[in-house]
Write a protein that binds this ligand. Sequence first.
Ligand code: FAD
Length: 459
Amino acid sequence: MEDRIKEALKEIVGADNYTEQLIDMVSYSYDASEHHHRPTCGVWATTVEQISRILEMANRERIPVIPRGAGTGLSGMAVPARGGIVLDLNHMNRILQISIEDRLAIVQPGVVYADLERALAQHGFFFPPDPASGKVATLGGNVATNAGGVKGAKYGTTRDYVLGLQVVLPDGRVMRTGSHAMKSVSGYDLTRLFVGSEGTLGVVTEIILKINPKPTATSTSMATFDNLEDAGRAVSQIMHSGIIPSVLEILGRDTIRAINQNTDLNLPEVDAMLLAETDGYTQAETEYQMSKIMDIFRDNHPQQVQQAQSEAEAASLWKARKSAYAVLARIKTHFVLEDVTVPIGNVAALLKGVEEIAARHEIQIATFGHAGDGNLHPQILYDGYDPAEVKKMEAATADLFRLAIDLKGTLTGEHGIGLAKAPYMTLEHDAAAMEAMRNIKKLFDPNNILNPGKMALEG
Ligand SMILES: Cc1cc2nc3c(=O)[nH]c(=O)nc-3n(C[C@H](O)[C@H](O)[C@H](O)COP(=O)(O)OP(=O)(O)OC[C@H]3O[C@@H](n4cnc5c(N)ncnc54)[C@H](O)[C@@H]3O)c2cc1C
């Protein structure tokens, strides 16, 4: 990058908000995936005007710009695949407004999910998507990735709560989408187009979010099953029983075994464990919902069924699920955490298929995830320093994606496409859909400066 560009960037954001120090370039070169690539420099923007000027210049000079939140993405979405300028949005971290009367919050993109949660809790409200990375991930990142979490089956994902956005387009123009109203059918839904666009169409600089009154009561239970089909049937029966649990999580046998090997939880080593939670505004309401779930558990040959009688018991039932990711991450030198999603009725088939893939490629795959919306997390564990193991991981990943599509599902329910799943986009999307996506990219970003190299948009 020419010195005059670097000087112009310093002039726009101030010398203190510009960096090309090695420590920053290394930090910006990766996210929570296995992908790496260094940028040339980074800037901490603090105003919309600065972002507009940076993009206008980058567009004129054909320099890649990569918007970045907390860098917790699991698919290489924020990795600067073509170098360029990292546009760090963490300093734009103000909650601009909370309006309980209008049921909305307006935030800058660098606000951390948990900070908004804390602010809303004071009013008895919450923002439901609840990604597991919420303690650090930013709302700008959540919007750009359409983040979801354990409550997805009942409350949906980020997309369901974004009423409107302010976005800076690659040529520097500032655009507003949506409105402050709870609903709108005014024109094409540009807001939804930007949600989940992984920083490839524009930089999100302001977000209007719908918020919900926070449930005040919960009930929690757990059941174990010796047979995957029984667990799968229980999931499907719960989801069409007339109630919607706020949580319905599943742990597969390999995950349970790994938890036992690395903690003192001493879980029964069964085919599947289900964790259910119901929520509401009275205990009677949540208990009614939970009684339906308990009946379904009992009808499906469980090995064990337990309902928490106190908050402490509920916390202990949650312990296994909450420890899964961290326990599995420590077993081998490397892992990939996938997030394939299938129709709810195919959850058992997906779990079985994952076991077959693991056996076929002689590689360890441990699965847990959100059974209630069919979004599972097969975690493929391998030694990244051993080329033979890397090959097995790649072959298993490809088979996993094919399996998800065969089961009428999708490559990703949460973690996005980024670099990691770009080669598989055509498995899921036909030629016409790919062409439409590529044309949308060209319409907003004809010079391909915004987060280039992602989502197979260049084919
Ligand atoms: C331990 C762990 C648990 C996780 N659990 C979940 C989970 O439960 N659910 C889930 O959905 N995800 C989960 N994730 C993935 C990740 O946390 C989410 O994708 C999150 O939304 C990313 O936010 P971020 O601020 O880290 O964004 P980054 O990783 O910095 O960026 C992600 C993408 O968003 C773009 N972007 C960021 N900010 C903006 C902006 N203002 N404008 C335009 N584009 C922007 C970037 O260019 C990039 O393409 C998890 C990750 C980890 C490591």
